[in-house]
Ligand binder design. Sequence first.
Ligand code: 5GP
Ligand code: MG
Length: 178
Amino acid sequence: MSVAMASTPVVLFTEQEIAKRVMEMGREIRDDLEDVRDVIVLCVLKGAVFFCTDLMRAMKLGAKLDFIQASSYGSGTESSGVVEFLKEPQVVMTGKTVLIVEDILDSGLTLRKIDDYVAARGAERILTAVFLDKPKARKVPFQADYVGFEIEPHFVVGYGLDHAEAHRDCPEIRILPG
Ligand code: 5GP
Ligand code: MG
């Protein structure tokens, strides 16, 4: 941990709290999807990688994994509102159940666009799992099927979430001091 992070006072969720909650989410998803053949996990790069690998190991569904990268933030802490795809998945989604795994649901713009994209690729059923949700920050309506924790609209880092590419490897979720 960098000196700056070590002096950051506000830890929202500890490593232990994160691990416990992700395990609960994985079990819930497993209970819901254990009878579904060919589940595809679509991990939203880059932030969700940490959450996604933990979640898949808790789900234990033998799901396929692919990645999509969308960008709306640049290096700032405010969404630009324009969502672009930087990487598109290769996996065939036609007729499949696709679980989109995202680190945080904020304005809803990114997940709205990814959800529309997955629908256009022919998925039969689309579910979303987000580790964090800021319901008060929504600009378009969007409700995730699985939510780790609801938080106030702070800008947070850690457990995959970055600020200008820093702090992804911080094992806790912390509020970035303003
Ligand atoms: P949305 O399109 O819902 O506004 O934003 C989703 C994306 O914005 C997330 O995937 C994440 O990359 C970024 N984002 C939103 N809120 C935060 C935050 O509090 N911290 C960090 N690091 N990224 C965030
Ligand atoms: Mg993201």
